[in-house]
Design a protein around this ligand. Structure first.
Ligand code: MV4
Length: 450
């Protein structure tokens, strides 16, 4: 038996990711504390945890985002560490700082690294300095419309004006030509100030039909850094990912090794700690860094399936000061994995469909994984995001994974609410998807046709 790295971890999240973290903790001999709002008393993450604390009212702002309530819960339960999961407070530098100041370990990177990557201009400048390829564009912030116009003319249209405080698609404006740049600049700037309290904007060459490919990294506090290859997350609707796969159908092993090594080198140079993801646009054989996420991501399981690495376990280990379990030469990529995000939504209009689950029968069998807190009789509250389950399949080849996915989707019974299962079924019959021929705009066209 390996020594226990923490005695008790408080899980500052809900839903499937809270369960995922609980499972990693239990396998490491660590006790768990769940927190929940009054709307989540019957949630699976509360039922499974060793202890639970109610931290407030249903709106996340009054519970899951209440830092004082979370720190109080950690104090009264005598937790050693806090895992923030994804979303909520996971990329809040002030929270990371407060957790540490109160004497708990934060299972994530330092406040400085969260802050650095939260500022998209600084993130990009940093990666460029560390020899990661970035999208051509302005060197830092653009101060006025005249400069925007001059820079855009130099790099050539179309261009994209982005908010430094943005990310995930918020606060972007395209300018197709010189007649649009002044309006794009001033709209982006005032929206950035209104949305993020920061009016800094920067300009990039607009890439017309890229794929969205991201690289998973893990880093410890002893100079150990590894990359776990890539995920293709191009299939999105309104900046919400719908299906992710690893490895990307667009990359060969050499391209994967080359970008992975470059990214791992940069992360080592940074002195980063924990799990992280570098997001790239990939077009015509070239990678262009856009943003870095400093949390565990929803789609981390596809990487776990092809590498066998328990990403959450490694996050917990390195937060406690332990070394990563693996060095880069112990990482190999086996087969192909696909994840479907199953939302309680209309598969046609995408309107949320909360309510009581009737019959519930998840698929199983070889190469099938379901990360979900659903059960028969559970009532999905209307207050939170609509992700209710992740169906992940693994196969020796992409084709085998696809066959398995069709079979598993057919088996999956979720009654009482509408789900996006029919969308996934349609997707895995589509020839473009089957051939791996898609970019970031493909899915919006596909759902537009239905
Ligand atoms: C871009 C781009 C094209 N060119 N940057 C959207 C989310 C944010 N993370 C970055 N995004 C984009 N940045 C340049 N220079 C196109 C997008 C984009 C996108 C990116 C990834 C996945 C889906 C997307 C959908 C629309 C636009």
């Amino acid at each position: 038996m390996e020594p226990r790295v923490f005695d008790k971890v408080l899980i500052a999240n809900r839903g499937e990711i809270a369960l995922r973290i609980h499972r990693a903790c239990k396998e490491m001999g660590i006790s768990t504390v769940a927190v929940h709002s009054t709307a989540d008393s019957d949630a699976m993450h509360v039922r499974l945890a060793d202890e639970s604390v109610c931290i407030g009212e249903p709106p996340a702002s009054e519970s899951y985002l209440n830092m004082a309530a979370l720190l109080t819960a950690a104090t009264i339960t005598d937790a050693d560490a806090i895992h923030p999961g994804y979303g909520l407070l996971s990329e809040n530098a002030d929270f990371s700082e407060m957790v540490t100041e109160h004497g708990f370990a934060f299972i994530g990177p330092s406040a400085d690294h969260i802050r650095m990557m939260g500022d998209k201009i600084t993130a990009k400048d940093t990666m460029k300095r560390l020899h990661v390829p970035v999208v051509p564009g302005s060197d830092g912030a653009v101060e006025d419309a005249a400069t925007a116009r001059r820079l855009a003319a130099e790099m050539g249209y179309p261009v994209l004006v982005k908010a430094s405080g943005g990310g995930g698609g918020r606060g972007m404006k395209v300018a197709q030509d010189d007649s649009e740049i002044v309006a794009a600049f001033s709209t982006a700037r005032s929206e950035a100030l209104a949305c993020f309290g920061n009016d800094e904007v920067y300009i990039e060459k607009y890439l017309g039909r890229p794929r969205h490919i991201e690289i998973q990294i893990l880093a410890d506090s002893h100079g150990g850094v590894i990359h776990l290859g890539d995920r293709d997350c191009s299939l999105q609707r309104r900046h919400q990912k719908v299906l992710e796969e690893a490895p990307s159908p667009a990359l060969n092993a050499d391209a994967r090794e080359e970008i992975g090594a470059r990214v791992a080198g940069a992360i080592r140079e940074l002195g980063y700690l924990g799990a992280g993801t570098l997001e790239f646009l990939y077009e015509d054989g070239e990678f262009y860094f856009i943003e870095m996420n400093t949390r565990v991501q929803v789609e981390h399981p596809v990487t776990e399936m092809i590498t066998g690495v328990d990403i959450v376990r490694e996050q917990i280990r390195v937060a406690a000061g332990a070394e990563l379990t693996y060095s880069q030469d112990e990482i190999s990529f086996t087969g192909h994995a696909i994840e479907c995000r199953i939302n309680a939504e209309s598969p046609v209009t995408f309107a949320p469909s909360p309510g009581r689950i009737g019959d519930y029968h998840p698929p199983g069998g070889l190469g099938v994984r379901v990360d979900s807190g659903m059960y028969s009789g559970y009532v999905i509250p209307p207050y939170y995001d609509s992700l209710i389950s992740k169906l992940i399949v693994h196969g020796k080849t992409r084709n085998e994974a696809l066959m398995r996915l069709r079979r598993a989707l057919q088996e999956y019974v979720i009654e009482g609410v509408e789900t996006t299962i029919p969308l996934h079924q349609a997707l895995c019959e589509n020839p473009d998807f089957v051939n791996g021929e898609y970019d970031i705009h493909w899915l919006e066209k596909f759902v537009g046709l239905d």
